[in-house]
Design a protein around this ligand. Structure first.
Ligand code: UDX
Length: 432
């Protein structure tokens, strides 16, 4: 099939490359000339394990093309995926849909034969209706169908998540589009992924509901971890004990820092705003957002306690600063609020991240990037394990850290408290 992905950000690029690998002809379009030129030369704008090889392979065999010419790319394609950003509007926390509607206007001037137009970007309920309205102002409804097909890709696992999804959700009442899309996704559904056909509005909401629910699970376990710390119970026992109940499930029950990234913070806010517009209060999600926003200051207080409130002049090392492992993404990472707060209190920060130095910290005095784990930790008073990269899982702290009484605060519970005790290392985790 001939596909066009509009927007070569995380979703558009990964989906486009994977579709081409499944044998489709894909054009990935972006208005960013530099990005497209880079992609043609094999420069991948995001960090995603395995993506560069897949781009190279499919670009070489010419199933994957990159272009800045939107009109031409649309007219050559049968299925158009809208994959542009829907960031949070500062004013009212709703999703900014200006890029989506601009693309809809561009699409309507390039339709001369039937096309399926798909929103893969996360868009609030009724956005599909609006896109349909915009296009139908210039094009007969017989010539297009607007479908919602949300993505559920995790950064760092995006290729695997694309190839082995739990489900493919197609939101349309149009039988022809549904048939075509069932066919497009058949290589995945034949391997076990469930194919769910719903109304367009339901598909739009499924995406928000899924992310808000996962954010709720994480927040739930994070709050229980706070209790566990006070009653000498290990949160991991609770996660296992709860998670074995099939109605609950064990995934996304790992306690840690505040959840971050490009989706959970943005989507929880957007779904609450959408519901408010329809005079419905999503009070559970509202308190999840609040609890998560408070989490970084709560963990900071814990850091102050660990240091017995003597933060000034202390050398604190962060292992990992992105919002989670296997990504270079800093969006809504809790390190962005924690590091400046520690600096304000007079701490000196050294950090190491496997994805390199971060622009966000370059201008902050007393924040230094070290290009190896050993260099980063060697003079530390306190080591904060902020993300769960494999690189951090078997460090010989006793050998590598010069300070005698150094402390470890493991925010991802990577290490065993018993082993640390046996090694006589002062060690704190989350919820245990
Ligand atoms: C998420 C969704 O999982 C994905 O389906 C959606 O399409 C995009 O948003 P992503 O943001 O890449 O993916 O990261 P994810 O792995 O879901 O983690 C999100 C946040 O939750 C991270 O900050 C992570 O550290 C945190 N998390 C996750 C926990 O704290 N505990 C867990 O058990 C799981």
């Amino acid at each position: 099939m001939k596909l066009c992905m509009i927007g070569t950000g995380y979703v558009g690029l990964v989906s486009g490359v994977c579709f081409s690998d499944l044998g489709n002809d894909v054009i990935c379009v972006d208005r960013d000339i530099q990005k497209i030129d880079g992609l043609k030369k094999g420069v991948i704008p995001i960090y995603e394990p395995g993506l560069d090889e897949l781009v190279l392979k499919n670009y070489k065999n010419k199933r994957l093309k990159f272009s800045t010419d939107l009109k031409n790319s649309i007219s050559k394609s049968d299925i158009i995926f809208i994959c542009v950003g829907t960031p949070t509007k500062k004013k009212d926390n709703s999703a900014d849909l200006s890029q989506i509607y601009n693309v809809a206007k561009e699409i309507r001037s390039s339709i001369s034969k039937f096309k399926i137009i798909i929103t893969k970007s996360t868009v609030p309920v009724t956005t599909g209706d609006e896109i349909e309205k915009i296009i139908s102002q210039k094009v007969s409804k017989k010539l297009f169908s607007v479908v919602s097909n949300p993505e559920f890709l995790r950064e760092g696992e995006a290729i695997r998540d694309f190839i082995y999804p739990d489900r493919v959700v197609i939101g349309t009442n149009d039988k022809k589009s549904n048939r075509i899309l069932k066919n497009l996704y058949s290589p995945l559904t034949s391997k076990g992924a469930k194919f769910v056909n719903t109304s367009r509005r339901a598909a739009e909401l499924i995406k928000y509901a899924s992310n808000a629910f996962l954010a709720t699970k994480i927040t739930f376990i994070n709050e229980l971890a706070n209790l566990c710390e006070k009653i000498d119970v290990n949160i991991e026992d609770i996660s296992i004990g709860m998670g074995l109940d099939k109605r609950i499930g064990g995934r996304f029950l790992r306690a840690g820092p505040a959840y971050g990234g490009s989706c959970f913070p943005k989507d929880t806010k957007a779904v609450v705003t959408t519901a408010d517009k329809f005079n419905t209060s999503l009070s559970v999600i509202k308190s999840v957002i609040k609890s998560n926003q408070n989490r970084s200051s709560l963990l900071l207080k814990r850091v102050f306690n660990i240091l017995k409130n003597k933060v000034k002049g202390k050398k604190i090392c962060f292992l990992g600063v992105t919002f989670k492992a296997n990504t270079d993404d800093m969006r809504d990472s809790s390190s962005l609020s924690m590091i400046p707060s520690l600096i304000k209190k007079g701490a000196k920060i050294n950090y190491f991240d496997p994805t390199g130095e971060k622009d966000e910290f370059k201008k902050i005095k007393n924040v230094k990037f070290s290009d190896s784990i050993n260099l980063a930790i060697k003079d530390s008073d306190l080591i904060i394990i902020h993300t769960e990269w494999n690189d951090f899982k078997s460090i010989n702290f006793k050998k590598e850290v010069n300070k005698k009484n150094f402390v470890i605060f493991d925010m991802r519970n990577i290490y065993s408290p018993t082993k640390m005790r046996n090694l006589k290392i002062k060690y704190f985790g989350i919820g245990r």
